[in-house]
Design a protein around this ligand. Structure first.
Ligand SMILES: [Cu+2]
Length: 384
């Protein structure tokens, strides 16, 4: 490059930086390397009494994805064997488009690191693990159930969480493994609103890739469960369970009036009541995020299912991955799910003082649950 043009370009970059324009880092558009440092946590419940249930979770940290789950096994009773529930699970992308059209960030692809935590972050009962960038906690989770005869049963959960250092933003990535077999996936958006656009609305699309391996990778089938009630049949309602996308790779959408859930079952393994063990995918959402820019096809649907191929990890390509049309009944399947959060800034996000943002955006959460269905033979942790 000619020296004067180089000088002009450098000057422009410096001026842009002074004016508060943060250029997004270069996109790392490669399939990630497998994680090299698995770490194991075993937690029995209740933590202060004779064991009833337990989780064994292997986790890893990696730049970009932050904190990922390698696999997770559940023990539903002291005499039961470990049963696999998860293979690899991760926040596969965090897509953040601003209402005016730009910027449109893919915040996992920029290879950000995790922040280092301290004792204050871990709280009174948490401990720092990894390179002090992951917090391990056992939290009380309030009432598990209430019964006429036996009263209130309180529950607990193992929580692993970390925080991605995404330029001005911070993303809390949190996985909870409950004593009743539930797994909660959450991502929380916080930090400082984008410089020069502090009060512009935008979206935080938490895009998850979860390899569900219920009792191992094989024989998993994906269904859609819908509540149907129409004015053609007043006063009547029914629940319909059907194969996801007719049993092959593809997509489905979430409908508020159908309370759409997915169900992932291992039809070969039954509980004592002869019901196939399964997990419900329970969405917890503000709405369905749809975006229409180039390369944003993956946001056109809320659920995608593929078979597990280790070289297919990129959420923005999921609409291409499903084109193979492979069978997702009695297969090793992967769930891809969008949990989006609409961020319309408030005074509570902070204020602009002397040209810079002062304050911190309170955490806005999105996510979903995986909830056992017929994994137990009866109510978990019931005394008789
Ligand atoms: Cu935001």
């Amino acid at each position: 490059m000619h020296r004067s043009r180089l000088l002009a370009l450098t000057l422009l970059v410096v001026l842009m930086a002074l004016a508060g324009f943060a250029a997004p880092p270069a996109v790392q558009n490669k399939e990630p390397e497998p994680n090299a440092t698995p770490n194991e946590v075993i937690q029995t419940f209740p933590s202060n009494d004779v064991m009833k249930t337990a989780w064994k979770v292997r986790w890893a940290t990696t730049s970009g994805y932050g904190l990922t789950i390698q696999d997770a096994y559940f023990k539903r009773g002291p005499k039961d064997p470990w049963m696999q529930v998860l293979g690899d699970a991760r926040l596969a992308e965090m897509f953040v488009p601003y209402h005016s059209g730009s910027p449109r960030f893919w915040d996992v692809s920029y290879n950000f690191s995790l922040i280092t935590m301290n004792k204050e972050a871990a709280g009174p009962f948490g401990k720092l693990i990894g390179d002090a960038n992951v917090v391990h906690e056992v939290r009380d989770r309030g009432a598990m159930w209430v019964d006429t005869n036996t009263g209130v049963r309180r529950g607990q959960k193992l929580v692993l969480w970390a925080c991605l250092d995404a330029a001005n933003y911070r993303y809390l990535i949190e996985y909870s493994f409950q004593d009743d077999g539930v797994i909660r996936f959450r991502v929380g958006s916080t930090g400082r609103n984008y410089s020069t656009r502090e009060f512009e609305g935008h979206m935080h699309n938490g895009l998850w890739r979860v390899d569900v391996n219920l009792d191992g990778p094989n024989n998993n089938s994906v269904y859609v469960m819908e509540h149907l009630e129409t004015k053609d049949d007043p006063g009547k309602a029914k629940t319909v369970m059907r194969p996801f996308n007719k049993g092959v790779e593809g997509f489905e959408d979430w409908h508020a009036d159908k309370f759409t859930m997915l169900n992932i079952a291992n039809d070969k393994k039954k509980n004592a009541r002869k019901m196939p063990i399964s997990y419900d995918v329970v969405p917890l959402r503000m709405g369905n995020a749809r975006h229409f820019g180039a390369g944003e096809e993956c946001t056109q649907h809320d659920f995608w299912v593929t078979v597990n191929r280790n070289n297919e990890m990129l959420y923005p390509k999921v609409h291409e991955y499903v084109k193979k049309g492979a069978k997702i009944m009695n297969a090793d399947i992967v769930l891809w799910h969008s949990s989006a959060c609409h961020h319309e800034p408030r005074s509570e996000d902070g204020e602009v003082r002397d040209g810079g943002m002062v304050g911190a955006t309170p955490v806005a959460w999105s996510g979903f649950d995986l909830r056992p269905r017929n994994v137990f033979d009866r109510t978990p942790h019931f005394p008789y």
